[in-house]
Design a protein around this ligand. Sequence first.
Ligand code: OAD
Length: 283
Amino acid sequence: MDGSVPQASTWLAAAQRVVIFTGAGVSAESGVPTFRGPGGLWKTFRPEQLATPEAFARDPRLVWEWYGWRRGLLAACRPNLAHVAIARWLLVREGVTLVTQNVDDLHERGAAEAALGLAREGRLPSGIVGGAGDEDEARLLEVRAAADRVAPIRLHGSIFHVRCTRCGIRVPHQGRIDASSEATLPRCASCGGLLRPDVVWFGEALPQGALGAAFGAAAAAEVCLVVGTAGAVHPAAALVDETRGAGGRVIVVDPGETAYDDVADVRLWGTAGEVVPGLLRGA
Ligand code: OAD
């Protein structure tokens, strides 16, 4: 059913446990393209050429070129009001788990912004850092620790991490990708194997630890707040069924149609940046 922000806020405020489940739409107002809507990546590019293990085995240079381009796009983007509001809520409330399908780092960057804002207001839960000499440094460490504490569970990996196709090691990787030839592609520092983006491609299993943690949190949640996902890609999309199956409520924020429209207890038709800050302020 369609619903009101105050009703949804009341449920969120009363819940002991909440899961927030985000998709590409939460980053749309930051300038990150979604996958399926107008202007979506899968309207211009073919996933089977760019986002499968077979595509990478066939033409790693082409795949890296595309991921390098997307990394460049992201570097120019900033977290939007929804990322910051979600992070702020996570920082000041217990019992909230953030689960994302996004491979960007905007939830993390939003968390750093939110933590800094709370620190300036003197509202950052303290006790994280003790005894550091320099006050600015102590605050910086505290902000960082707080932002780390509210990092999302990632169901589809991270575009800023790589994995070695030979030894399997996973490491952060922010540098520029030189995809001018196969010889210039990034290589593993320990074994020299070819590195690949540490994201989940079509036909691949989701990381078991993340999947278990996310689905466990959803099953225990009284409310699942869904923001900016069409709900078209499984198994991630089934997260919402865990909350519903255990008798919890579902709130959906999205300006377009989603797979959850018939099952949402409250359906808020609007963008993440327009709806989420007010929704969580009231919660
Ligand atoms: P989609 O592109 O399928 O859906 C994006 C959703 O965001 C749609 O429902 C839009 O209506 C909504 N949307 C657009 N602008 C919005 C805004 N400003 N605020 C809120 N919502 C907005 O993206 P996902 O559901 O995230 O997987 O796609 C799921 C997975 O499919 C992705 O993680 C990716 C993709 O293939 C992999 O790469 C494995």
